[in-house]
Ligand binder design. Structure first.
Ligand SMILES: [Fe+2]
Ligand SMILES: [Fe+2]
Length: 380
């Protein structure tokens, strides 16, 4: 039996995947189609969307988008995803061959993957084990394919996952590149930060938006340095100032109407209502932007005043917010450097810089920050 194997990261699956799969199926006329999503494709950085999300997108969008004839014989093979590690294509194809010696394997891959053939693991074995198919995507005219590839001469939509991720993050319209059900799922689950970026860009001043991007950059780097998940750090950083979408003079009314809990809420409202943006932000993050990650929400809540007990993610976001590249106070650069060597020390110093700044400007000190300083910053 002819079997068409279609591998990729599907981050996210798009109309180009459908077009290539259908074009290859029409040429090969397989008895079965196996869609094999990679947990972490060998030649690519780690996917932006988690494995389960990509699987869900394939199920709700890619498979239903196939013509009935091909949909009936299409299956998703989760072996690479369940392995939860980088799996080389040669491993998967060798396993399929030994499980089904009678299968005649055909592999379809997008033009980027085909053009990067020299980087694939065990290319000679790969070339022998199955037949290879690709199609040229518009914009990839310069790609050269190895001779064992059959190039399907069909017009492909000018879509790539890389471009889609950038468009989704920036809140641009992606309806031409995504199946409607995948677009809806992305919006509903906030994948690729869709919607949030658009709201932040539209609702905040350019300087504030640039600050958020700078905090994200530092938070991701710190997460990698300190063993936290960079995707969660990125999500927390993007959300951290979303409370600024509410006008300053409306923050107190919002907090009251939503019965938000903040330490000494009444005093904050009277003395420095701007501090409420962190607590309002956590509420907006949950309600408007669909964040259900309690630790991310806690990090948004504690990014300005801190909290009695802070997780590593919270500490990391507090520091990233205080010393991101857009901060120009005299200690910012030194603290940024310190944050990669000793995160707790950087936190204590960032806290002390904030307290000093408040004192120099004759501002009220929130007792929570003072008690945090007494506990972790003051010398014994
Ligand atoms: Fe903030
Ligand atoms: Fe901030």
């Amino acid at each position: 039996m002819k079997v068409l194997v279609f591998g990729g990261s599907f981050d996210p699956p798009h109309v180009g995947h459908t077009a290539l799969l259908v074009a290859a199926a029409q040429r090969i006329r397989p008895g079965r189609i196996l869609i094999v999503p990679a947990y972490h494709a060998a030649l690519k950085p780690s996917p932006r969307a988690a494995a389960q999300e990509r699987l869900r997108m394939l199920r709700v969008g890619l498979i239903p988008s196939l013509p009935e004839r091909w949909r009936r014989i299409a299956r998703i093979d989760t072996r690479e995803m369940l392995g939860q590690r980088r799996v080389y294509t040669i491993e998967t194809l060798a396993a399929l061959k030994s499980e089904h010696p009678d299968w005649e394997l055909h592999f379809a891959v997008g033009s980027d993957g085909a053009a990067a053939w020299s980087l694939w693991r065990a290319p000679e074995r790969l070339a022998r084990i199955c037949r290879w198919w690709t199609a040229r995507r518009p914009g990839a005219a310069a790609h050269r394919f190895p001779p064992h590839f059959s190039v399907i001469a069909r017009p492909m939509p000018p879509v790539s996952s890389t471009q889609l991720r950038a468009d989704l993050a920036a809140g641009r319209d992606c309806s031409r590149g995504l199946h409607p059900r995948i677009a809806a799922l992305i919006a509903r689950r906030g994948l690729y930060n869709a919607g949030l970026m658009a709201a932040l860009k539209a609702g905040l001043k350019p300087g504030r938006f640039a600050h958020i991007l700078a905090v994200r950059k530092l938070a991701e780097a710190l997460a990698l340095r300190w063993g936290e998940d960079p995707r969660r750090a990125s999500w927390a950083a993007l959300l951290h100032d979303c409370g600024r979408l509410i006008r300053r003079r409306r923050l107190a009314a919002y907090a009251r109407a939503r019965h938000l809990r903040a330490p000494r809420l009444g005093e904050i409202i009277r003395r420095q209502p701007g501090l409420l943006h962190a607590y309002v932000g956590a509420d907006l993050a949950r309600r408007r932007f669909g964040c259900r990650d309690q630790e991310v929400l806690a990090a948004v809540r504690s990014h300005t005043l801190g909290a009695p007990r802070m997780s590593r993610l919270e500490t990391l976001l507090y520091v990233a917010d205080a010393v991101s590249e857009d901060r120009t106070h005299p200690h910012a650069a030194a603290l940024r450097w310190l944050s990669f060597r000793d995160l707790d020390a950087a936190f204590a110093q960032a806290l002390s810089a904030k307290l000093r700044h408040a004192l120099e400007h004759g501002r009220w000190l929130h007792p929570l920050s003072v008690s945090l300083w007494n506990r972790i910053g003051a010398k014994p």
